[in-house]
Design a protein around this ligand. Structure first.
Ligand SMILES: *[C@@H]1O[C@H](CO)[C@@H](O)[C@H](O)[C@H]1NC(C)=O
Ligand SMILES: *[C@@H]1O[C@H](CO)[C@@H](O)[C@H](O)[C@H]1NC(C)=O
Ligand SMILES: *[C@@H]1O[C@H](CO)[C@@H](O)[C@H](O)[C@H]1NC(C)=O
Ligand SMILES: *[C@@H]1O[C@H](CO)[C@@H](O)[C@H](O)[C@H]1NC(C)=O
Ligand SMILES: *[C@@H]1O[C@H](CO)[C@@H](O)[C@H](O)[C@H]1NC(C)=O
Ligand SMILES: *[C@@H]1O[C@H](CO)[C@@H](O)[C@H](O)[C@H]1NC(C)=O
Ligand SMILES: *[C@@H]1O[C@H](CO)[C@@H](O)[C@H](O)[C@H]1NC(C)=O
Length: 849
């Protein structure tokens, strides 16, 4: 009798639990901390998530906020946003902190809601900012550039003190914004300290020492479960868009009420509605199917992941009939999973955690379930739920490789990135001096490195790896699909998505006549979108080796770089493995075409030239300082400075390699030739590329602006070939006037000229450390402009501008350098090398080594 009591008690308890977990009555977990802020809201929005929770308005949440000023934006409605929470936002132009006093340390959810509401004073789609706690980087250079896109970012953090701070730091000259914040206690049992490792197989401990970001949370085989129906306010999306070959899979569901939660599980881990639906093998009952059901989830390969799989045998009619294998990334995760033995009952919840190291995870997570292939039981397999949580890296970052204190991740992926500079340096050397034996050996010794560097990112340093995962929605479409809906997709935040058909229309099916530039990457076409917007369409050569994933990573980064003086990436298309980039159209084409080399150009005035140089300097200054890690353009030249219809200068090609320098040497040397006269001699000597290499190249651009001749012109007498040397020699001899563009004669204020030349000279200093920063150059140029405006020499010939902009060949973003008189003689590898050794005598020594 005594032994029956516990059994009775247990069944009593489980029937109570079953009742408590009916869909409409979430299991009781009362969070000790429950901070819910509707940022920017002036009046309380009744239950913004339809889940009965009350969010505080701005005036009710002042005690959490450090900001003095109160800048808000709101719209009465917006199509597609899931909650009125998104209709208002708080905007910050300075670093700002929200601080929450916690009842006790331990696990807390942080949920951040973003939507760039339409505001007349701030264009929030241009806002770029970072979000951090005291210990963790949550978002790095975050930007939501689509006015119809909202995002919910969810984190799980083990708070170690009784305060939790959330810092919002806008990028310089930008703002930060936020629409809603949730800081809510989570139950301790949510993260157990250990999980299984796949390779090598084993256990890992210490999971409470990581911070997590939800990358995916899927209710497999079932519908969306919103925060209102979850036991902990989580959202579970549909697995539909991640399921491979759908015909192999079938939905199955039971009434949520019959799901059991044995010891060690709880509706807090996942609600019964998750366990009550599943996907299992189609036609499992007929014949003996032998295949896996597979899901593929894209992830950022530079992080580790906690993968939690939820199982519940809702397909069997009796115990001991279902055994199956579970694989993650083609490695056995659970061999012969026997839910009957583990739970002793049908319809019982079970879950298992796996940690995937950054190297194991690669860039996608494959989850597969399949039959055992032996005679035991039926051939079937089931999966009920999947959670993928990104784990903070060694410096506590969940986005990008830098920690809160600026330290850099020292894991494998991190350290290999720091070699990238040397690798690119090496590309250049190889291209220019194919005879350099030592270099060739070095290259062949490290083929994998070469392969890795041979990417879009090769020219853009340092390389910033990072998909960030979004829970986001676009428009009012159904939840759960891949491109729209409440999914955790890594393809968003990449600018606008174009369909192939749309771009075919825009370019008259990639008509030859629409080609305005050609490069190793592929052709550049001018196109016109439906709404009449002109665009430059850069279509990747399908034969090029660059992978779609690298392509997407690259776009994601490029779309984060937004500045008035950088050519904007508007969007992309990756349909049918196409790699197409769509840029804003630059009506007046490359700066160079307005200096020399074309027959029918209108000469620019000195003031216009100064303004163009200032614009380009601003763009470069932003590249160098606007992002945490700084970016080196590496290919600054007058053909990469493009002019829009108002002659505003924008720097282009700051991310894409024109040529994928594979084994094909001609391609490599083309890339080198294009920038030859601009190369920093120190970079040649030491193979160390810094932002000061861009400053050197910019110095050459300044001289080109002044003298209106190519940086390198081998057709000239030897001492004049290299513009930098020739100009500096004339400067020293006091004969600079002789080489100034004759079209400018008599129009330049002498002080303005001397300030300008001084800036150019400093840029061209032998050693990088002696060169000014782009910020200093900018200041000098602005000063030169002031001097010119204060006292312009008269009479200035009037140059009517903006008149004929009909040159359809000078009209494209990211235009490739076309053959012209300046580069044509260097087509031949040998003459390039000869010129190089003439110009940089020190290179002759290197060759001999
Ligand atoms: C949070 O982390 C600390 C160590 O940093 C650990 O002692 C504590 O147990 C963790 N809390 C939970 C709930 O796991
Ligand atoms: C934003 O608001 C302005 C008026 O303030 C309106 O003209 C414009 O169409 C709005 N844009 C969008 C995308 O709703
Ligand atoms: C399974 O159910 C979900 C939602 O209920 C649905 O979207 C999906 O199409 C179904 N999948 C299959 C393979 O029937
Ligand atoms: C979620 O809750 C709503 C009511 O808040 C209910 O109408 C709906 O059926 C629930 N969905 C599920 C999947 O339980
Ligand atoms: C299922 O997937 C695993 C891992 O990818 C593979 O080893 C196995 O052969 C697959 N099984 C079948 C039947 O295709
Ligand atoms: C990654 O794998 C190594 C073994 O290769 C293991 O020692 C380490 O604990 C793993 N990392 C994590 C976060 O589990
Ligand atoms: C190398 O480039 C040339 C043109 O520059 C092209 O004709 C040739 O097919 C390329 N070779 C390979 C192997 O890609």
């Amino acid at each position: 009798m005594a032994s029956l009591l516990p059994v009775l008690l247990f069944s009593l308890l489980s029937s109570i639990t079953a009742q408590l977990t009916q869909p409409l009555s979430p299991a009781p977990f009362t969070p000790a901390d429950n901070f819910l802020l509707d940022c920017g809201a002036t009046t309380p929005t009744p239950t913004p998530n339809n889940d009965g929770r009350r969010f505080l308005t701005d005036s009710e949440s002042t005690s959490f906020l450090s900001a003095k000023d109160q800048v808000t934006a709101s719209v009465p409605s917006a199509p597609g946003v899931p909650s009125p929470l998104y209709l208002s936002a708080r905007i910050f132009s300075d670093d700002t902190t929200y601080t929450f006093p916690l009842t006790s340390p331990g696990w807390h959810w942080i949920r951040l809601h973003f939507f760039p509401v339409n505001d007349s004073n701030h264009d929030l789609t241009q806002a770029v900012f970072s979000v951090k706690t005291d210990d963790y980087v949550l978002l790095h250079s975050f930007n939501l550039d689509d006015p119809s896109k909202w995002a919910l970012k969810e984190y799980l953090i083990n708070a170690t003190s009784d305060r939790l701070s959330i810092h919002l730091d806008p990028l310089r000259n930008s703002v930060a914004f936020i629409n809603g914040i949730e800081v809510v206690s989570a139950p301790d049992m949510l993260i157990s300290d250990s999980a299984s490792l796949l390779s090598p197989v084993g256990q890992t401990l210490g999971l409470s020492n990581f911070a997590y970001q939800t990358s995916y949370r899927l209710n497999v085989g079932g519908p969306l479960i919103t925060s209102a129906n979850d036991t902990l306010g989580r959202t579970w999306g549909s697995d539909k868009s991640f399921l491979q070959s759908r015909s192999t899979a079938q939905n199955v569901s039971v009434s949520p009420g019959i799901v059991n939660f044995p010891d060690g599980t709880s509706p807090l881990i996942a609600p019964n509605t998750v366990y009550a639906t599943a996907v299992h093998m189609a036609d499992a009952r007929i014949g003996s199917p032998n295949f896996n059901v597979s899901w593929v989830l894209d992830v950022d390969p530079s992080f580790g992941y906690l993968v939690r799989l939820h199982f519940c045998d809702i397909v069997s009619k009796s115990l001991d009939d279902l055994y199956f294998n579970v694989y993650i990334n083609h490695k056995m995760a659970i061999s012969g999973l026997d839910l009957s033995t583990i739970t002793s009952k049908l319809n019982s919840a079970y879950y298992k955690d796996f940690v995937l190291n950054a190297t194991v995870a690669m860039d996608r997570i494959f989850i597969q379930v399949g039959p055992l292939n032996d005679d035991s039981g039926r051939n079937d397999a089931v999966l009920n739920g999947v959670e993928v949580l990104k784990m903070s890296n060694s410096v506590g970052s969940l986005d990008g490789e830098f920690g809160v204190d600026g330290s850099r991740a020292n894991d494998d992926s991190g350290s290999s990135k720091s070699h990238a500079v040397a690798a690119v340096g090496f590309v250049m050397m190889f291209g220019a001096f194919a005879g350099l034996g030592a270099m060739v050996v070095k290259w062949h010794k490290r083929p994998q490195d070469w392969q890795r560097r041979n990417s879009f990112s090769s020219w853009l340093l340092p390389i910033h790896a990072g998909h960030s995962t979004f829970m986001t929605s676009k428009g009012g479409s159904a939840f759960g699909s891949h491109k729209s809906g409440y999914t955790f997709s890594s393809t968003l935040g990449l600018g606008r998505y174009f369909s192939l058909a749309e771009l075919q229309d825009a370019t008259n099916n990639f008509d030859e006549n629409a080609v305005v530039g050609v490069g190793g990457f592929g052709n550049v076409y001018v196109g016109e979108l439906d709404d009449g917007t002109k665009v430059a369409v850069k279509r990747g050569n399908p034969q090029s080796e660059q992978g779609i994933n690298e392509f997407q990573t690259e776009i994601q980064m490029l779309s984060k770089l937004r500045h008035r003086h950088l050519v904007s990436l508007i969007g992309y298309c990756d349909e049918n493995s196409e790699m197409i980039l769509v840029y804003e159209y630059m009506a007046n084409g490359p700066f160079r075409d307005h200096l020399y080399g074309k027959d029918d150009f209108m000469p620019l005035t000195w003031k216009q030239r100064l303004e163009i140089c200032i614009g380009a300097a601003r763009g470069l200054h932003y590249l160098h300082t606007g992002t945490a890690q700084g970016i080196i353009h590496r290919d600054v030249k007058t053909t990469n400075i493009l002019l829009d219809e108002d002659f505003i200068a924008k720097v282009s090609d700051f991310g894409l390699s024109k040529d994928a320098p594979g084994m094909n040497q001609t391609h490599v040397s083309t890339a080198v030739k294009g920038s030859f006269g601009y190369l920093d001699p120190e970079y040649f000597r030491c193979q160390r590329l810094t932002d000061k290499s861009d400053v050197y190249s910019f110095g050459v651009v300044l001289l080109e602006t002044l003298c209106a001749r190519p940086a390198l012109n081998p057709a000239l007498p030897r001492e004049q070939v290299n513009l930098a040397e020739w100009a500096m020699k004339n400067k020293r001899q006091g004969t600079l006037e002789k080489i100034v563009d004759p079209l400018l004669e008599g129009t330049i204020n002498a002080d303005s000229l001397s300030k300008f030349v001084e800036a150019a000279e400093k840029c061209l200093a032998e050693f990088g450390v002696d060169r000014p920063s782009m910020g200093d150059v900018l200041w000098n140029l602005e000063y030169a402009l002031q001097l010119q405006e204060a006292n312009p020499p008269t009479p200035a010939p009037s140059h009517a501008r903006k008149a004929s902009t009909d040159k359809n060949d000078a009209a494209v973003a990211a235009t490739e350098t076309k053959k012209d008189t300046a580069t044509a003689p260097m087509e031949d590898q040998h003459s390039a090398a000869t010129v190089a050794t003439d110009v940089f005598p020190q290179l002759g020594e290197m060759k001999g080594r």
